[in-house]
Design a protein around this ligand. Sequence first.
Ligand code: FAD
Ligand code: NAI
Length: 461
Amino acid sequence: MADYDVIIIGGGLGGYVCAIRAAQLGLKTACVEGRGALGGTCLNVGCIPSKALLHASHAYHEATHDFARMGLVGNAPKIDFPAMLAYKDSIINQNTAGIEFLFKKNKVDYIQGWAKITGKGEITVGDDAHTARNIVIATGSEPSHLAGVSVDETQVVTSTGALSLPKIPKSMVVIGAGVIGLEMGSVFARLGTDVTVVEFLDAITPGMDGEICKTFQRSLKKQGLKFILGAAVQSVEKLKTKTKVHYKLRKDDSEAMLEAEVVLVATGRKPFTDRLGLDEIGVAKTPQGQIVSDHGKTSVSGIWAIGDVTTGPMLAHKAEDEGIAVAESIAGQQGHVNYDIIPGVIYTTPEVASVGLTEEALKQQGRAYKSGKFNFMGNARAKTVFQGEGFVKILADAETDRILGCHVMGPAAGELIHEVCVAMEFGASAEDLARTCHAHPTFSEAMREAALACGDGAIHA
Ligand code: FAD
Ligand code: NAI
């Protein structure tokens, strides 16, 4: 038995970051992970492998579509799919090994196995018991089930199966036009799969800025993705070499069917707390199974929760920020996460990124605001990379000019958004951004132009 100041259960982005910060703050720290590798969903079967495949498939698309337009002619590359998967796996391994190195460097004990909380300040991992003054639950999430659809990770897959398919399918039905559905749908569409996305709601990417949703869908359609919106999937039938997806159109209850080689179920994720022993020790959960937490504190003192297993967006950087905040709180500091300024990014091409309030939310709140918009068509650098179709929209308070939100669809949107995150953290006005010199020629100039559009007007519009 070993005794610790803090034991973290789960070595994902939330858990491992919390462990490193706790150790840096002088706490005796252990992190328990059951999957045999650190990095959680994100590094093993989420953010990183999906971005590797997005990168490889985008490079293929550029080589086959854009190179000739730039005078680069010659043999187009062919796809060696097993080699592409091996590249993805090598990136995973480099990153997970990197976390083990960071644990050693920071003197975090890495305990391998599945943990169960057996009492206040007590856990077991297999036959071993450990004690700690603080336990942090960072056990993450797993794909939600869809009634009538049984996942076998071969013909009917979640994102985990989709990241390791043995070959590129000829056709794929993606259930759910959320982040996973569109990122993985893009990967396979670029590799030649006939992709149809079936979405329950009447728009893709629910919760995003409405104007972005429409423009983004148009862009994905041009890339070959097909969409059936307002359709509820009823069941998936598995035959020997194909599947049949039965769905109902919500507007008239009519039934229809689609055939595909592979079905990707991407209808959301749910918190993972199996066999943790939470009910026995009385940790409160929401009806959806999320652990209720107030700045990381659960209903039981000495037990904390962070990341996907709690409420809020299921994002790696949100989990990381909560991990740091909880480590700081345990060490007696004022751990804090600003939930109003958590960016969201979709890593398709074009990328989509947003932070703060949408126009829809501002209207609902009855708040007076102004909107400054700038199309990437007016940005010279965007045109050089054939990505002039998106825009930047900055929303600012009508009276004070304080930035309230920003929504971007375009090149490097996932990088550009952080300029506004920093500005918002400092309580900046749109004018502050507009008066900041931006290097030319950069995509970032579009951010400044949108800020200018909140005032006297953009220059290149
Ligand atoms: P996890 O990363 O899920 O880690 C939890 C860990 O706890 C797991 O490794 C699990 O094995 C372990 N565990 C569970 N129970 C126990 C136990 N009892 N004992 C020991 N160990 C246990 N987010 C982004 O921000 N950007 C992206 O680009 C992005 N892409 C994604 C792509 C896909 C395909 C998916 C599925 C998700 C993606 N996400 C992305 C979401 C992101 O992966 C999660 O928000 C993030 O991993 C949450 O971190 P976490 O630490 O809370 O949980
Ligand atoms: P999601 O919540 O983003 O999207 C699920 C979609 O499925 C919704 O549009 C929903 O309306 C639809 N849906 C639900 N039931 C349906 C049905 N019966 N028929 C048709 N459509 C249905 O969930 P997703 O894409 O599975 O992602 C899970 C989590 O992973 C998200 O919370 C996301 O934050 C995270 N993630 C983040 C990424 C990023 O930050 N780039 C990338 C991938 C995942």
